[in-house]
Design a protein around this ligand. Structure first.
Ligand code: PLP
Length: 444
């Protein structure tokens, strides 16, 4: 090893102790950390220093769409490192152009260019900035049940004029999106949920002042909020409202894009075309931090003779660009998107539905492709969510049984890599079954 640590002679205890001593963790109470120790990975599997194997059914933060350590992507990153490891964003660089071209080939010719960012959050920040500058309006609408990233203060704290297009006073409002299982609209079926959610959105637009609304920002499928697959007609309805009121539709495909739903992008399931698309995570499985915005022709045209005030030192980093090119090529060559669609329909959907029939604690199962959630409830009729303590026990039991889960609130999100094998799906279903029987059932 050249970094001064002998990984082969470390132990779980040593690595955990070093981590606790030196690393300030994100989204955590620092005094109650118990980090999982991982030494290595391959495909859908991870191992610790004692050789314990985990099925990674979290895809980390739902980003390793091509699994861990894909050799073709790692080779591309190494080759780029040897050639040119860093170069400023303003420089013309062939790997960067190629990465942009490969992404543009995935969408219709309504889209013309790619703006690269470092992650999903700054992709959304820049898409919002584009929509505000394009429309000359301030307000942005998004749903209560959503996650769009964890930045915002940095540019507002900035003292010079670059902060001005971004100050929070420019306005934001929220609305309820469709979620039939816990309907805000007292709907009894998907068609009602869709119609009533659209009526509600129209009322919010009118109440907030249509002429001041720059953008509606929506996840392709709200992910961390619960894999809330939109009902038929809803996305088309949102598109129609945006057209009616001159509002830019930004689809946040950071989690739902690049194969997760069995298509390149989740909005493709609805036959609509957004104005801006944000991406990160699956674009290169997070092998190097990167994100970006896919920009429609009309918005590109707007900035033809106007400066766009966005960008960071590492935007369009060559290592990230090489990993994007290799990821998209690999997904095509290995039929990874098709695998996600097929395994979702033929193995995950029937497997989770069978679990829901068997276990009273599963209140609802929903999803598509390799993007699923099971809601755990202690009282099915009242839909009472499992407590955080109960979910903690479920998580502990899944880890002990060799499955790394993605847990959010009262839900187990079933989100393996898009190229997960049928065998690994069956193993995971057996682990969920065992833990639901032995642990979760105690909380019903
Ligand atoms: N948008 C969505 C839909 C996400 O799920 C996430 C992260 O989970 C983000 C944006 C933020 O991405 P990042 O953490 O890369 O900034």
């Amino acid at each position: 090893m050249t970094i001064g640590i002998d990984l082969n002679h470390s132990s779980n205890e040593y690595v955990a102790q070093q981590d606790l001593e030196n690393v300030f963790h994100s989204w955590s109470v620092q005094g109650s950390l118990n980090p999982l120790v991982i030494k290595s990975g391959l495909g859908s599997k991870l191992w610790d220093f004692e050789g314990k194997e985990y099925l990674d059914f979290s895809s980390q933060l739902v980003n390793t769409n091509i699994g861990h350590q894909h050799p073709k992507v790692i080779a591309a990153i190494k080759a780029q490192a040897d050639e040119l490891i860093t170069i400023a964003p303003a420089t013309a660089n062939l790997t960067r152009s190629l990465a942009a071209k490969k992404i543009l080939e995935l969408v219709s010719d309504h889209f013309k260019k790619i703006f690269f960012t470092n992650a999903g959050a700054d992709a959304n920040e820049n898409a919002i900035r584009m929509a505000r500058l394009f429309t000359g309006r301030d307000k942005v609408l998004s749903t209560y049940r959503s996650y769009h990233g964890n930045t915002g203060a940095a540019i507002v704290a900035t003292g010079d004029a670059r902060r001005q297009p971004n100050e929070y006073s420019r306005g934001h409002a929220h609305f309820f999106g469709p979620y039939l299982y816990r309907s805000e609209f007292h709907a009894e079926n998907e068609a009602q949920e869709s119609t009533r959610a659209l009526q509600h959105l129209r009322r919010v637009i009118e109440s907030e002042g249509a002429s001041g609304i720059a953008a509606i920002l929506l996840e392709g499928i709200p992910g961390t909020a619960g894999v809330l697959v939109p009902p038929a007609g809803y996305m088309q309805g949102v598109r129609a409202l945006c057209d009616e009121f001159g509002i830019i539709l930004i689809m946040d495909e950071v989690m739902s894009g690049f194969g997760r739903t069995g298509k390149w992008f989740a909005f493709e399931h609805h036959g609509i075309t957004p104005d801006l698309i944000t991406f990160a995570k699956g674009v290169n499985s997070g092998y190097v931090p990167v994100g970006g915005v896919i920009i429609s022709e009309k918005i590109c045209q707007h900035f033809h003779d106007k400066m766009f005030p966005g960008g960071l030192t590492y935007s369009g980093h060559p290592l990230a660009m090489a990993s994007i090119v290799a990821t998209i090529d690999t997904m095509r060559e290995e039929g990874i998107i098709e695998n996600a669609a097929q395994i979702g329909a033929e193995a995950i959907a029937p497997g989770l539905e069978a679990l829901a029939q068997k276990h009273a604690c599963i209140g609802n199962v929903r999803g598509v492709g390799v993007f699923w959630a099971m809601e755990l409830v202690s009282d099915a009729a009242a839909k009472t969510p499992f407590t955080a303590a109960a979910m903690g026990e479920v998580k502990k039991a899944l880890l002990a049984a060799g499955l790394l889960p993605f847990i959010a609130d009262n839900r187990i999100h079933v989100v393996p890599p898009c190229n997960v094998s049928a065998d690994d799906v069956q193993k995971a279903l057996a682990i969920y079954d065992k833990v639901l029987s032995e642990v979760a059932s105690q909380y019903v």
